[in-house]
Write a protein that binds this ligand. Sequence first.
Ligand SMILES: *Cc1c(COP(=O)(O)O)cnc(C)c1O
Length: 341
Amino acid sequence: MEKKNLDWSNLGFGYMKTDKRFVANFKDGAWDDGVITEDDKVVISECAGVLQYAQTCFEGMKAYTTQDGHVVIFRPDMNAERMANSCRRLEMPIYPEDKFVEAVAKTVKANDAWVPPFGSGASLYIRPYMFGSNPVIGVKPADEYQFRILVTPVGPYFKGGAKPLTIKVSDFDRAAPHGTGHIKAGLNYAMSLHAIVTAHEEGYAENMYLDPATRTKVEETGGANFIFVTKDGKVVTPKSDSILPSITRRSLIYVAKEYLGLEVEEREVLFDEVKDFAECGLCGTAAVISPVGKIVNHGEEICFPSGMEKMGPTIQKLYDTLTGIQMGKIEAPKGWIYTVE
Ligand SMILES: *Cc1c(COP(=O)(O)O)cnc(C)c1O
């Protein structure tokens, strides 16, 4: 297989149409077998459930090339499980978890030439998604659905690499108490757009959302979970029913405990205690960890001792260990690395 002639090291985080995608349809109560197709266009009714009532959810993960030349995917079974949970909450049919992983692998394999080479720092972003496709006018779940997987080669998520970010405490909420914050539903991102556009206009990279009920506790950003480090080296991560359970964050917690021997606390984190932490980072598939240097709350600044030049030492260790595991340089826990045959 010959690789596409792309400037791999200088890719941004954007959509680039690749050769193949996966499509399966749900009709009369069952999924069809699904196919790999070259057709990137979706044709649905003008009254499709997704267009009227936003009945859609998605996933995000990455495939990349290891040092010894294998194409691997990081924990796709976790994405399968999370998408099944999203579907349950949105009254959508579940795409069977084992079939999900198979379809993801098939799509990556079909786009072999688009998987960035080892050492480029780039990867193949995988986006599975599902939506209600038949006409719905009264508010109810659709009867027909389409499950698709697209892939696109990407570089680092945040421009300028791993330089610490300045973020702001948002006046908007991203999730309601007992709402849909814990699932990857499209609707959560539609309502976050105004908040992120506003934050960017004001010069901030991201929003820190507080808990919607009391606005006293840290939740997450629009697309990444928080991880903090205390001055005595403990890893702390917020626990809440309205946070999206990041697979990166859960993996980092495992790495902190089992590889680095660090103490980890998953608990409610008051905004008032954030000023006492030594390090702060955002974790998600796209960036693994992006360090945060400064948090601004209505003009009041919290500056972490790790500064604005580089990652704090503990977050750096977590980052190096997890990316080492992903790249095959450090032995992975059983089942974390899925090799595309
Ligand atoms: C996808 C997402 C994350 C990160 O999850 P990963 O599984 O680590 O990629 C965190 N927060 C939100 C709101 C997300 O949508």
